[in-house]
Design a protein around this ligand. Structure first.
Ligand code: CS2
Length: 488
């Protein structure tokens, strides 16, 4: 039998109910309070789960979610056939199964933009939240709206039919502004520092092209709290579907899998209407920046290091790579000497033990987190995760040797994939491949040309010879490092 409302109704009666958690609120009463853009696995393993937990505790059915995928029609159809229900498989020493009910229904932006905008216009909608990855913010290297992106230009010219997340927000605000309805708030949930502030500035920049009065209205009426989100969520695989079927006896076409740990820190802004997420363990604070920097540099920074170095060593998953003691020591030393010193710890957070806990999370054999998944979009991730601490370390006179090794490994990863003719998943793939194809064997020149690709490295760092020399030197020493890490 397929997961859906009829099955949910039976949970209370059948034995499977002992194996799983399931919604205990009146799903038929759920209103749409949140429109979420980006219906990938991460939203469904994280924010939708926190919301489900809050709904279970409060029975406050104002906060159902309308999930908007950008293109994935199959996900939308499967979720809607299951009345929005899906299984969250928590993979620790044992598997734990939760049927999540906070998503009421799903839409696809590329084929149903009118319905998406009509939903955002509903008076019950108080918030639009997003998990659209770094590239969804359409920012340039200065963190401002990148008007060279074709879809951004499209949205400025045709705001009624937006394609980008920024455009959907602007179009959503525009209809409320035109109809004199109250604004909604926006909750950015992606791995970028000051995610809310940056999204706000991109939205306002686009709105300014449409109507400056609209831009000032958004500026004064809408809140964009900054957030930190954390939960390791590998892609759903056929094993995930099989685990649900084997353990629960029903089929779910769109389950998600994740680690037991999940954290969500949200800037505490007055007037931000939301579910009672604090009852589900969400932390509201005025120092999100400290948590964001710590998580982005310690977790995401070492993730990217593992992704490039691990792939070059022939590993497939984070678990495989971190199970090599030498790789683990390299990562531990990178953390101790170059990453942790670059972070101002938020009050109450001990960075060394935070980092230890993260390394333990990587050593979870039940999580198959593919290095290639993390390696994607390096041109957007490396600046935030690796170049930002490099820049600060240079200013403070600290070492950047190991961070430079990560940059060198990223470049080598791109070189290796280009030579093998493998796809490079990156919005700047074309420019990256072009740069590699022009390599002439003069390492200093090649590295400089690669790092000069438009919009990857900010100008001040590009002009900094300490940085360039350090990456060139790391590139020369990379083979030795890889050989040392590979030696058993
Ligand atoms: C990862 C993140 O794919 C990546 O770039 O570093 O998705 C990471 O797993 C999450 O941020 C964990 O919270």
């Amino acid at each position: 039998m397929r997961l859906g409302e009829p099955l949910l109704a039976q949970f209370k009666l059948n034995t499977h109910a002992q194996l799983i958690d399931y919604p205990k609120y009146q799903r038929q009463d759920l209103q749409i309070g949140i429109v979420h853009l980006g219906l990938g696995a991460f939203h469904r393993s994280h924010q939708a789960v926190f919301t489900d937990l809050a709904l279970n505790k409060t029975q406050d059915t104002r906060w159902g979610i309308c999930g908007v995928a950008f293109r994935n029609e199959a996900l939308k159809s499967a979720l809607n056939e299951q009345q929005g229900l899906y299984t969250n498989v928590i993979c620790g020493t044992e598997q734990h199964f939760q049927v999540i009910g906070s998503i009421k229904h799903a839409l696809v932006a590329s084929s149903q933009i009118d319905q998406v905008l009509a939903t955002i216009a509903l008076p019950s909608v108080k918030m639009v939240s997003l998990t659209v990855t770094e590239k969804g913010y359409c920012l340039n290297e200065l963190g401002q709206l990148n008007q060279e992106i074709a879809d951004v230009q499209h949205d400025i010219a045709h705001i009624e039919q937006p394609k980008t997340a920024v455009g959907i927000l602007v179009a959503g605000f525009k209809q409320r502004f035109d109809n004199q309805q109250p604004a909604f708030n926006v909750l950015a949930c992606d791995n970028l520092p000051d995610n809310g502030d940056k999204l706000k500035s991109a939205v306002i920049a686009m709105a300014n092209h449409i109507n400056p009065a609209l831009a000032s209205w958004i500026e004064s009426q809408a809140l964009f709290p900054n957030t930190m989100v954390d939960c390791i969520t590998p892609k759903t695989e056929s094993e995930t579907l099989n685990a649900v079927e084997a353990n629960l006896g029903f089929s779910d076409l769109v389950p998600v899998q994740r680690e037991p740990f999940a954290q969500w820190v949200i800037e505490d802004l007055d007037g931000f209407e939301r579910p009672a997420w604090e009852q589900a363990g969400v932390l509201f604070t005025n120092d999100v920046a400290g948590f964001e920097r710590a998580k982005l540099r310690i977790l995401n920074g070492t993730h990217s290091a593992l992704a490039y170095i691990g792939t070059l060593l022939g590993y497939e998953t984070v678990y495989d790579a971190i199970s090599n003691d030498k790789v683990r020591s390299f990562i531990a030393s990178l953390l101790t000497y170059e990453i942790i010193p670059s972070i101002d710890a938020p009050t109450g957070l001990d960075l060394a033990s935070y980092a230890d806990d993260i390394l333990s999370r990587y050593q979870n054999p039940a999580i198959r987190h593919l290095l290639l998944q993390i390696a994607a979009d390096g041109s957007l991730k490396i600046p935030v995760r690796t170049l930002a601490p490099i820049e600060e370390n240079i200013k403070a006179g600290r070492s950047i040797e190991q961070l430079s090794m990560v940059v060198a490994a990223w470049i080598r990863f791109v070189v290796a994939r280009t030579k093998q003719g493998d796809e490079i998943a990156d919005p700047k793939a074309q420019a990256l491949v072009l740069a590699v194809n022009r390599f002439n064997g003069d390492v200093a020149q090649d590295i400089k040309a690669f790092l000069s690709i438009d919009g990857v490295v900010c100008q001040s760092l590009l002009e900094n010879s300490i940085f360039i020399d350090s990456v060139v030197s790391a590139y020369h020493r990379l083979d030795d490092l890889l050989a040392r890490l590979a030696a058993r």
